[in-house]
Design a binder for this molecule. Structure first.
Ligand code: EPS
Length: 395
């Protein structure tokens, strides 16, 4: 499977073409819109989210509510385009449009104009903006819907914002296999989506909201950490035979590709680095002639292959680079020291980032799932899946 996105932040629309999914599974725009709405939410978002009400239009690949096995093309219109028609015109305009020449530290402004030989940072801002992730959520929602056919559910929660963690360490709990099998990604979202910042602890939520208020007051921004899980994943996706067939490598790539993500961890990765091997691995136990693992510190992946336990990914998002209280930069047109430019933005987008990560994780799991089970129709994929499961050792 593959997808490409296109579209500038203040252009007419975002588009994506999703290719390689089998025919005959149900898909409609309401399903995708629900995920798009989740991406727009979270305390700390900026004014743009008040302008946009992201809705997808399915242009191809679906008939009578079911996939055709043909490329699925999706479009999300930018409401804000109305205010940017001249500034973002595809054709030349007579009007003088002021160029942006002061790069925001931490954003793609400086590297973007250097690489693409621009003298206007606007050309770089537009595509590097996290607005593009709306198209990714749309593409990832197709993958998510496909995975649901096999009881695979993706969920997430925010672990911390601005260094504020819960007293209760839910992350550690995730490594205990005793959460299984009733724990699902879907259930996790039912809980985290209730919170304005997608945390699992009300006390923590209050503290975080206060800290976001402080950041807003100071014209500053905050980052944080979040956890994404996939439950119901079968044993055997991915492989150790080549570096690019390891599913942990694939997942790290897709999560790291999200704007502002600076760290990705699978399972108890960094914890294990500080502890003994005996505290880090998942003991294999046998009961009623069936084996299982005592814990899930591996985060559902051993040797680049899924173990059948939940995939657990943790990621760190840096604070958004657009600051209302600017920091030092340079005006490139005058080559003079100045304060960086203000631009409308979010103060915190960690809750949204976790939702985007769900879509990216869904994509990676679906990619390896279809590589293993194939099929041109969902019926064929299911047959292959059931056949594999019936022959699976220790099923
Ligand atoms: C975003 C849209 C953007 C930003 C944000 C994410 O819209 P605008 O630039 O018009 O305010 O709110 O992008 C960034 C934080 C960024 O640094 O690029 C969205 O749709 O998620």
């Amino acid at each position: 499977i593959r997808f490409l996105t296109a579209g500038e932040s203040h252009g007419k629309a975002l588009t994506t073409i999703v290719d390689g999914f089998p025919s005959n599974f149900k898909l409609n725009s309401e399903y995708i819109n629900y995920q798009l709405k989740r991406r727009q939410s979270g305390y700390g978002r900026g004014l743009r989210m008040k302008i946009e009400n992201d809705k997808v239009e399915i242009l191809s690949g679906v008939r009578f509510g079911k996939t055709l096995g043909t490329p699925i093309s999706l479009i999300i219109k930018n409401n804000d385009w109305e205010n940017w028609q001249t500034k973002m015109s595809v054709t030349e305009v007579d009007e003088h449009i002021e160029k942006i020449t002061i790069p925001r530290p931490g954003h793609a402004d400086l590297v973007g104009i250097s690489k693409y030989n621009f003298d206007d940072i606007r050309n770089s801002i537009e595509r590097s903006s996290a607005r593009e992730t709306a198209a990714r959520v749309a593409a990832g929602s197709v993958a998510r819907k496909f995975l649901e056919e096999f009881g695979i559910h993706i969920g997430s929660y925010v672990e911390s914002i601005g260094g504020i963690y819960s007293k209760e360490d839910f992350y550690e709990k995730l490594f205990k296999n005793d959460l299984q099998p009733s724990f699902t990604g879907k259930k996790l979202n039912l809980q985290s989506d209730k919170s304005q910042v997608r945390v699992l602890d009300e006390e923590q939520e209050k503290k975080i909201i206060n800290k976001i208020k402080l950041a807003k007051k100071n014209g500053d921004t905050l980052g944080g950490t979040f956890i994404v899980v996939a439950t119901g994943v079968p044993v055997g996706l991915g492989s150790f035979v080549q570096y690019d067939r390891r599913i942990d490598a694939e997942i790290a790539h897709s999560i790291m590709s999200i704007n502002a993500v600076k760290g990705v961890e699978i399972g108890a990765g960094f914890y294990s680095a500080e502890n003994f091997g005996s505290q880090s691995h998942d003991e294999i136990i046998i009961s009623k002639n069936k084996f299982s693992r005592k814990t899930n510190r591996a985060g559902g992946i051993e040797g680049g292959i899924t173990t059948g336990l939940p995939i657990i990914v943790r990621a760190a998002m840096k604070p958004i680079a657009t600051l209302m209280s600017p920091i030092e930069s340079v005006d490139l047109s005058k080559m003079k020291k100045v304060l960086s430019r203000r631009e409308r933005s979010d103060f915190v987008a960690v809750p949204a980032c976790a939702v985007i990560a769900e879509s990216m994780l869904a994509w990676s799991v679906a990619k390896f799932f279809l590589e293993k089970f194939g099929g041109d129709s969902i019926e064929e994929t299911k047959e292959n899946y059931l056949n594999y499961n019936s022959k699976l050792f220790n099923r």
